[in-house]
Design a protein. Sequence first.
Length: 714
Amino acid sequence: MDFVNRLAGEFKLRPQQVQAAVELLDAGNTIPFIARYRKEATGSLDDQVLRELAERLEYLRNLEKRREEIASSLEEQGVLTDELKAQLAKAVTLSELEDIYRPFRPKRRTRATVAKERGLEPLALWLMLQQAGDPAAEAAKYINPDKEVPDAETALAGARDILAETVSDSAEIRKELRALLNREGVIRSKAAKEEDSVYSMYYDFREPVRTIAAHRILAVNRGEREEFLKVSLEAPEEKAQEVIRKAFVRNSSPAAQQVAEACADAWERLVFPSLEREIRNDLTDRANVSAIKVFSDNLHQLLMQPPIKGKVTLGVDPGFRTGCKLAVVDENGKVLDTGVGYFTLPGNEGGKAAAAKLIKSFVRKYGITAVAIGNGTASRESEQFIVSLLPELPGVAYMIVSEAGASVYSASKLAAEEFPDFDVTQRSAVSIARRMQDPLAELVKIDPKAIGVGQYQHDLKQNELTAALDGVVEQCVNQVGVEVSTASAELLSHVAGIGPALAKNIVAYREENGIASRTALKKVPKLGPKAYEQCAGFLRVMDSKNPLDATAVHPESYDAAKLLLEKLGYDLKEIRGGAADVIQRASRYGHEKLAAEIGVGLPTLNDMLSELAKPGRDPRDELPKPVLRTDVLEMKDLKPGMELTGTVRNVIDFGAFVDIGVHQDGLVHISRMAEKFIKHPSEVVKVGDIVKVWVVSVDEQKKRIALTMVQGRQ
């Protein structure tokens, strides 16, 4: 198979781009490295396209491998004809290949194989010819009590079983029927129990296969698995039967009537159940892909939320009986102090007074300007208490931080190694504070599946979900870059070319020797030339004597960067704080001329100029900052029509959940997100967006808040 041209056609790319990408991937280069430092070769393909290209390439290679396996098996059986070779060569999906192989695949014992063992295959062939003659008279020739064929009707039944299996094994018929079911089939679900449940909307549900939404596929699947629903595929029966009859029934002879009966049996007993399973599996796969994409998009936005820099932060892990664990961390996330405050239980005035005194002393002693409060149990009470103190704490604001996955991290081996002297809740308070300061650096310590920014995650293919989310984490970490002198081993492990073992080696080497430059990384045990090539551009050494070590300029381009600066009239030392007008000078000089003179392509030149203008810039800084609050709302305060500002916490297929500061996220349904029709909420919002919303309705008993992003749309 010509993989390159096939992929070029599917992705609408030039063959040269695909060829370069395939060669770079096969040579062991990481996707972040290819996307950032091999733009000239690939035509500036980004991370996402490269990942999709790599996944599709793997599928096509597996398809080719399976094609060869089937051809080899057919050859061993002595049945590989030129016609079969041509059919195998034309197949473009695994299901098409398996359909071709189906008649020749070793089968378990079936009704047809039993009939063949009884010597009824010649009778089946006679019927298939559909000539004049009496089928019963012909069948009488095959009566043999020793082979359990006592009469003509038994012989005819066995012959029909053979014909039914022949019909079922027809690749062309299966292909045509599969297309019909995908075009006109309907997914149907009914109640399996007479009791109310979260699946009640699916108790009498029908939707065409071609249009059913991913989240509804996953919902009916789960409802069926939990035995609340009975789910089936409704088929256009007469059309399907006609497709089979047209292919196999040639006239109206008595033999043809036997064939027609076999065709009906083939559809009901063999073809339809098989295709129903296949189509439902295909729908589940489709929903799996869609849900993983939503999860990946949400995770990307969550990880890329802007850090709140330069603030000494008090992390609060709320609790009732055991109190609220407190942790003070400095601007860089270093733990300065810890404590416990008992201020959430009603009537505990002594505990509240002691907690207020402790928090005020923390603020005075460490210069705290931000409070991060976890959104778990007792969060509401914690927020009210902190807000009551704010008038006495000028300059201090607070933010509610998602605790999703915090308990997983706090109880992990990684957290125990990082904070061996802290208990689980103290670690959680530190994590909550750090999440606000730098979401990416803290959230990489947690299994992405535990962060909770998707839907039906436990129903998805876990290997595919893990691979996709790991790819998102890798993309985000490398897009932002990592300060090698302070980064955790977990953060370093996601840098291109560095895994967990090498990350630990870097940290161990750093603690013993320090890392004064990128070149020093070459001394880290087991960090060889290939790993250095892949990771160096994504690691920052801010205090290096060479200012380029603090940028995303790759060491392989240092000579070109120095020549570039020289041609634009700069000294290398001048760019440490940024060369603000470097882009303007380059424009006056001429980009193409500059690129040619320093020996790089235009994409690399443009990347260099961006880096030299703002060395070590954080792309997250260009995004809107999270909202730090100084007030508090309760659900009972909400009234229809009220205008609020909130933060998007989760985006799903049918809408988005928005945190409006009342400890119960409100839902903006997809129909209330824009003036125009949209196919998916991600067209309008993403996780972390600050949005203006209006209250539509509030149900305090069910804790449901309906919001709209279109004023006046109820």
